[in-house]
Ligand binder design. Structure first.
Ligand code: 1OR
Length: 399
């Protein structure tokens, strides 16, 4: 090819990465209609880029956390008094999306040194015991040090509810964060597309809610209503921000990019991905180290942040054969969690590797919406194993 022709066909710098990311998404999600999938994929990509651009060029100011507790010019209409006063769902949805990303871009947990007053609500031994049980499984408390946990336990106060009570109304300003002691609660969201509030989830005797408005300085993103008599542990906004905010925000920020690059997790809403971020823990390994050993009991799964993981299966005479490699955006260790069987393969590091670990309890609570994708991938493993070891390798051994 002449020099002229070569320069005429110069490949744009981003093309390779763009096509690679798209191809990976197609392989993982196996869309029924490739053209529709491509149209959605690239439209989303453009929207994300536009949002980033807006934030960098001053879109920031409009929804900025500088509005303090949400009383910005645009939130004057956001106080709910009764159902008929619900603010325009369109503005709520936009606010939620904008402030969430504004936060991710502009909030600097390191710079937030607001110590505030320590709050103590006295409790009986029985109450303290119940509270300690309730907070055990709350992901955003897990990264706290023991002193912080004590402060959290001191600051929480009990609130009982009756069936039908609204604990939180979408659009209100955030006052408290809640941990469920017992009771059933419904979560409703009104959106642009559906102005009438729609049931999007529920809690039954466990879980927590109400962190979004306090973390991101935005109006309540959902309505939470008690469906039975119940009891909650509440923590006021100031204490939440003083003790929890810094650690929780750091973690969400740290894992935000990782979670966006795992194609499988597109099956989750952005809210659900945030919950995954709360539950992840970093693990680093050296070259050659064993991350997972075939035959072991499974305690969790891993997302690959950086580096390469080699997957090997022991075949005849226990000789291990490499079956695949997993890199950034991929994951390992989900099979045993889906099948409830011992580890079906070993995983080793090729060079230094950084992973994000999701324990089995968090997996069961958070990864339900990804189950179909994971099950489809398991069928792929079966194909691979049969190709390598012959038909005697049957995944039903593992199921
Ligand atoms: P908040 O302070 O905004 C309402 O007050 C709380 O409901 C919110 O914090 C969350 O803790 C909780 N979207 C937004 N908020 C939710 C959701 C949710 N689920 C629970 N909350 N979605 C449901 C995801 C399964 C997304 C709906 C599109």
């Amino acid at each position: 090819m002449s020099r002229d022709a070569a320069s005429r066909y110069e490949i744009p710098g981003q093309l390779q990465q763009l096509l690679l990311d798209f191809t990976v998404s197609c392989l993982v999600e196996r869309p029924a209609d490739l053209v529709d999938f491509a149209a959605d994929y690239f439209a989303q990509l453009r929207q994300r880029r536009q949002e980033q651009h807006n934030q960098q060029t001053g879109g920031l100011v409009a929804g900025s956390a500088a509005h303090g507790n949400g009383h910005g010019p645009e939130s004057d209409d956001s106080m709910l008094t009764d159902e008929s006063d619900e603010p325009s769902p369109e503005s709520l949805a936009n606010r939620f999306n904008r402030r969430k990303s504004v936060f991710a871009e502009s909030y600097d947990p390191e710079g937030d040194d607001d110590e505030g007053e320590k709050v103590v609500h006295p409790k009986s031994d029985q109450q303290r015991h119940r509270l300690a049980e309730a907070v055990k499984n709350i992901f955003i408390f897990r990264s706290l040090d023991p002193d912080q946990v004590q402060d959290v336990l001191d600051a929480m106060f009990e609130k009982t509810v009756d069936s039908g009570d609204y604990v939180i109304r979408q659009g209100d300003d955030g006052d408290n964060f809640y941990v469920i002691d017992r009771g059933a609660f419904h979560i409703y969201v009104a959106s642009d597309a559906e102005p009438t509030k729609r049931l999007v989830g529920q809690y039954e005797d466990s879980g927590s809610f109400g962190e979004l408005a306090l973390m991101y300085n935005m109006p309540r993103a959902a309505t939470v209503q008690a469906m039975s008599h119940g009891s909650l542990w509440a923590m006021d906004r100031t204490t939440f921000r003083r003790i929890i905010l810094k650690t929780a925000c750091k973690k969400r920020k740290m894992y935000e990019t990782l979670l966006e690059t795992v194609p499988m997790l597109r099956a989750l809403t952005s809210y659900e991905r945030m919950n995954v971020a709360d539950a992840l823990n970093p693990r680093t390994f050296e070259d050659g180290e064993c991350i997972i050993r075939q035959g072991d009991a499974a305690d969790g799964m891993y997302f690959v942040e950086t580096g390469t993981v080699r997957i090997a299966v022991a075949g005849e005479n226990d000789v291990e054969v490499e079956v695949s490699r997993v890199t950034k955006g991929g994951y390992v260790g989900e099979l045993a969690l889906v099948t409830h069987r011992p580890r079906a393969a070993s995983a080793y590091c090729v060079g230094p590797v950084r992973l994000a670990f999701l324990d089995v309890q968090a997996f069961e609570r958070l990864m339900g919406p990804c189950m179909n994708i994971m099950k489809r991938n398991i069928d792929d493993y079966e194909d691979q194993l049969i190709r390598i070891f012959g038909s005697r390798f049957n995944m039903s051994d593992f199921r």
